[in-house]
Write a protein that binds this ligand. Sequence first.
Ligand SMILES: [Zn+2]
Length: 99
Amino acid sequence: MNFEEIYSLNEIKNEVEEVVFQELEKKLNAISDEDICKCKDCVRDMACYALNQIRPRYTVSLLGSLYTRAETDTLINDIQDIVGKAIEKISQNPLHNKS
Ligand SMILES: [Zn+2]
């Protein structure tokens, strides 16, 4: 067993990721496919852009969330804003050529 396996380090998760992905899905579903590119590259780029701007909250999932309700509410508001900006920015300047 290697170090990662001995300590089950893969069980450490960034709690922010799940919220960002859910928010991204919700927001993209509300936008028509004709209005923006939703290819794999663009959507992953949006996710990375948003995640890079939010301080990660790593926890061991078995222990549950360490964050208070108040922090969670603010965090969710921040994530909604940042995901909105990520979609706007990437859809206006996709890494690939515009079709
Ligand atoms: Zn694209």
